[in-house]
Design a binder for this molecule. Structure first.
Ligand SMILES: C[S@@+](CC[C@H](N)C(=O)[O-])C[C@H]1O[C@@H](n2cnc3c(N)ncnc32)[C@H](O)[C@@H]1O
Length: 206
């Protein structure tokens, strides 16, 4: 059990945040406001952090697997599932992206509020750094994620991916198209200093 340093609310759902775990921010809230989960969905919440998107998804979905590379985040998400009484249809896993999943494990929906900002190598030396730092172009994690995600989608399965305009939105759309997925930008929010964040929905079209 880790001691929370702060409690954050999204509507009537609460999240305790612990040291070493990304505190939900503007990007998390834009994502949460535009989560559209279908009854019966089997959902993967990748980079779960404190579990905000997974816990919200679990209120409607059939099941949610919350995954993070950060072991503190995996524990924090588990605690927040219990705090909101949705632990019964959630599971938790520490993994680098989807590498710990067996072939053939498929989802209706994969959520990822990715680390998407351009950064120096040294930024990934802390857990909080790894939550936002995407390497020199900001694309290191996103570019590894896309090919892995497409192999774990059911027919007509969807990916919701959040990233910044600083990280080449069009290149992400192009990469999804190369794997045969259709895309739409579902939501967008302008931030100060010429940056905007975008929630991309990509769907497999068999
Ligand atoms: C921007 S935070 C988002 C956290 C939470 N989903 C939210 O919206 O508030 C990105 C999360 O991705 C996790 N992450 C970074 N690289 C990862 C990787 N290679 N595999 C799995 N998770 C990763 C970080 O530890 C962090 O929790």
């Amino acid at each position: 059990m880790c001691l929370p340093i702060k409690r954050v609310w999204f509507q009537d759902t609460k999240f305790d945040i612990i040291d070493e775990v990304f505190e939900p921010s503007e990007d998390s809230f834009l994502f949460a406001e535009n989560l559209d989960i279908h009854n019966g969905d089997e959902v993967l919440d990748l980079g779960t952090g404190c579990g905000i998107l997974g816990v919200l998804a679990a209120q409607t979905a059939k099941s949610v697997l919350s995954v993070d590379i950060n072991p503190y985040a995996v524990n924090c998400a588990k605690q927040n599932a219990v705090l909101n009484n949705v632990q019964y249809n959630m599971a938790f896993l520490r993994s680098d992206l989807l590498t710990a999943l067996n072939t053939g494990v498929l989802f209706d929906l994969i959520l990822f509020n990715a680390p998407y900002l351009p950064s120096e190598i040294c930024e990934i030396e802390t857990w909080i750094g790894r939550a936002w730092a995407g390497g020199f172009t900001g694309r290191d994690v996103i570019d590894r994620f896309i090919p892995q995600a497409v192999t774990h989608l059911k027919p007509f399965g969807r990916v919701l991916l959040l990233q910044s305009s600083l990280t080449d939105l069009n290149l992400t759309l192009q990469k999804f198209h190369e794997y045969g997925l259709s895309t739409v930008v579902k939501a967008e929010r302008k931030l100060p200093f010429f940056e905007s964040i975008h929630l991309i929905e990509a769907q497999s079209v068999p």
